[in-house]
Ligand binder design. Structure first.
Ligand SMILES: Cc1cc2nc3c(=O)[nH]c(=O)nc-3n(C[C@H](O)[C@H](O)[C@H](O)COP(=O)(O)O)c2cc1C
Length: 326
């Protein structure tokens, strides 16, 4: 594993509860970390930098009051795009709290690397093309989050198989696969490809600890893969949205001509219902404890099935894999 032992030995699964606008707050982060999954959240989910400061204090008090607990890391997510007016203030706040892992999105991570490295913080950057990969590696990131086709939120377009295999020869550090991961089998598949960790976003929206509204969570359970549409309406760049929300919002879906990302536009559309193709794996609203238990069982089953490959008929592998309802 390219993830350092100091980090990986605090995880029960190779997974990050992905940062999600309007969805990830302290409750979700605390529940994920307690279950051995990295808990990420966008700093802009806190209404102000002052609230971000309070959230970080509360999260530390809940998870690791005396600094000795072996708990999965908390990973604040910074939107590094030039339209984020709060970038400098939020960055200073993360530095004051001595956070250990930051994930950057929408833009070059370059401006935040030096101040975060100075406090020993690792920086992972999300990327959706080989040009982004080169830019992030040149800036000195410690890890890459590969946004792939069908991911929830502001999605990627690259095929996950091709993207991981294209990046691995150029980078021996941590690679996180984002998009399409809804169960233990897909987690293991990502590792077989050469990724070290996966993002799970959509799957964590449908938990009792997420900040999503009841209607949104119910729509996730009802929706199928066919109910996910690409639209630039929310943040100005293509995002995966649920048809149920597009219908509620009562506007015809716009053409997919990107206008360019604008942070204020994203924040004005906080109520949008986004989900990735992984919505296919959401069949109930559960607690984070229960979700992680299910994922762990599925992951073990998939590992056993893979170990037995060649000795067992293919039909057995398929039935062992169909465990969404565990
Ligand atoms: C509702 C929603 C909001 C999101 N907001 C953010 C965000 O603020 N910052 C970010 O880096 N990614 C954001 N994402 C993308 C996720 O971090 C992640 O890449 C994606 O959910 C992975 O695909 P999956 O949903 O199929 O697991 C968001 C995704 C969703 C579904």
């Amino acid at each position: 594993m390219a993830v350092p032992d100091t980090l990986s030995n605090r995880l029960t699964l190779p997974a990050i509860a992905a940062p999600m606008t309007s969805v990830s707050g302290p409750d979700l982060v605390i529940a994920a970390c307690r279950n051995g999954v990295i808990g990420a959240f966008p700093t802009h989910n806190a209404a102000t930098t002052r609230q971000l400061d309070a959230w970080l204090r509360d999260i530390t008090a809940a998870l690791n009051p005396d600094g000795t607990a072996r708990i999965a890391p908390v990973a604040p997510n910074l939107v590094v795009h030039r339209t984020n007016d709060r970038l400098r203030e939020d960055l200073d706040c993360l530095v004051r709290h001595g956070v250990e892992l930051v994930i950057t999105s929408v833009g070059s991570p370059q401006p935040v690397i030096a101040p975060l490295h100075a406090i020993g913080c690792r920086v992972f950057a999300d990327v959706s093309s080989m040009a982004h990969v080169r830019r992030a590696l040149d800036a000195g990131v410690d890890g890459l989050v590969l946004l792939t086709a069908g991911a929830g939120g502001q999605t990627g377009w690259a095929n996950p198989f091709a993207f991981v295999r294209a990046v691995r020869p150029h980078f021996d550090g941590p690679i996180v696969l984002a998009g399409g991961v809804s169960d233990g089998a897909s987690m293991l598949a990502a590792q077989v490809l050469g990724a070290d960790l996966v993002y799970l976003g959509t799957r964590f929206i449908a938990t009792t600890e997420s900040s999503a509204g009841d209607d949104y969570r119910a729509a996730l359970v009802e929706s199928t893969l066919d109910d996910v549409r690409l639209s630039t309406r929310v943040g100005g760049i293509p995002a995966s949205l649920l048809t149920a929300w597009l219908a509620l919002d009562d506007e015809s879906p716009p053409a997919i001509a990107a206008e360019g990302f604008q942070q204020d536009r994203l924040l004005r559309n906080r109520t949008a219902w986004s989900a990735g193709h992984s919505v296919a794996g959401v069949d109930a609203i559960t607690s984070v404890d229960e979700l992680v238990r299910t994922l762990t069982t599925q992951y073990e089953l998939a590992r056993n099935a893979l170990a037995g490959f060649g000795r067992r008929p293919a039909a057995d592998l398929i039935s062992a894999d169909a465990n969404h309802g565990l």
